[in-house]
Design a protein around this ligand. Structure first.
Ligand code: KG4
Ligand code: ZN
Length: 339
């Protein structure tokens, strides 16, 4: 009986989960560092790796307790080995190696992005082939997914990630970090209306680009007398309605970009049976609602993971670890975070 411990520490979440071969995910635990990075408006790598080091023991213990098992029950340890912040990745990988050595169990290095790609499959039977859009603070890509562990890139961002666009514009407006949930809340207060019609970029390619949108928003703020470029200061701090208008227009623009890319990918790949939308941005209820409607119109199924499995988590790493173990795709103690 395989019982896989999955460990994730690539960015600002220390997370662990247990995948039981027959029962699926039986426990997960997570410590989010958001509060530690908030005052800086983004993740500070050195603070992140120190915090992982402080938390990893207790998070792994917590997940074992929740699953009502002990370390001796674990048959394989799966760990995010790339991509991510090197210092942060090292904490998880070193912990997993020590565990593998001490318990004499196999270790599997999991690609963080592959974890996200299959996160929608943890709770759903998603048919293959499907189209997966991963959208988070660090990555925005589209994959054609043929089977477990078998996927090809259809398009990716040429510059910023979608979550990064939310975070950067939130920072411009002095709203806080992470920007996505704050922007969503403000936009909901004005019924997701498109006030300022920001650019949607090039709709003829399956690649994404969000830096043009960010610049367009910045210039629009300047043109409306809301931002001073010289001193880098937002000037409408007290104008809640204006902030709601910007937030709503931004959310609608980003949603429409996703709709355009999905429509284009489905045209290019008519064999696609379903669309999955994963990563931190997939927590957004407005985007989810709009993409559900689009999928219905285009006659494909649509899935997003529960919010806990959208943001970084150990469950997706344990889940991928499980099918890699079944295929015999093990790493060894030379597992590296840079290769
Ligand atoms: O997957 P994730 O936790 O971490 C990365 O691997 O980057 O994603 C975090 C990103 C942040 O940029 C955050 O602003 C965005 O996901 N996000 C959202 C929402 N919740 C989180 N974006 C839009 N709407 C949300 N509700
Ligand atoms: Zn991620």
């Amino acid at each position: 009986m395989n019982i896989i411990l999955g460990i994730e520490s690539s960015c600002d979440e220390t997370a662990a989960a247990i995948y039981h071969q027959e029962k699926g995910i039986i426990a997960h635990a997570l410590f989010s560092q958001i509060a530690l990075h908030k005052e800086f408006g983004g993740v500070i790598p050195e603070i992140a790796s120190r915090s992982h080091l402080e938390k990893i023991n207790s998070i792994v213990q917590e997940v074992l307790d929740r699953a009502k098992i002990t370390l001796t029950d674990i048959t394989t340890v799966a760990v995010t080995s790339k991509p991510g912040l090197p210092g942060s990745l090292l904490v998880g990988v070193s912990f997993a190696k020590a565990l593998a050595l001490a318990r004499n169990i196999p270790i599997i290095g999991v690609n963080h992005l592959e974890g996200h790609v299959f996160s929608a499959c943890i709770e759903n039977q998603v048919p293959f082939p499907h189209l997966c859009i991963t959208a988070s603070g660090g990555h925005t890509s589209m994959y054609l997914v043929h089977g477990f562990g078998d996927y090809t890139l259809v398009g990716e961002t040429l510059d910023d990630a979608a979550g990064e666009a939310f975070d950067k514009i939130s920072k411009l407006l002095n709203l806080g970090y992470p920007g996505g949930p704050i922007i969503e809340k403000l936009a909901s207060e004005v019924a997701f209306e498109d006030f300022f019609h920001y650019t949607r970029g090039n709709s003829k390619t399956t690649d994404f680009s969000f830096s043009g949108l960010k610049t367009a928003v910045l210039y629009d703020l300047v043109a409306r007398g809301a931002y001073d470029m010289k001193v880098k200061k937002f000037l409408k701090e007290d104008d809640l309605y204006f902030k709601q208008q910007v937030a709503s227009s931004l959310l609608v623009a980003i949603t429409e970009i996703f709709k355009n890319k999905i429509s284009l990918a489905l045209k290019l790949h008519p064999e696609i049976k379903a669309v999955t939308f994963v990563g931190g941005v997939a927590c957004n209820k407005y985007i989810k609602r709009e993409l559900t409607q689009l999928a219905q119109k285009l006659n494909v199924a649509f899935f997003t993971p529960s919010p806990t499995y959208c943001t970084d988590n150990g469950a997706m790493i344990a889940f991928v670890g499980n099918y890699m173990a079944a295929k015999g795709q093990f790493s060894d103690l030379t597992l590296d975070i840079l290769k």
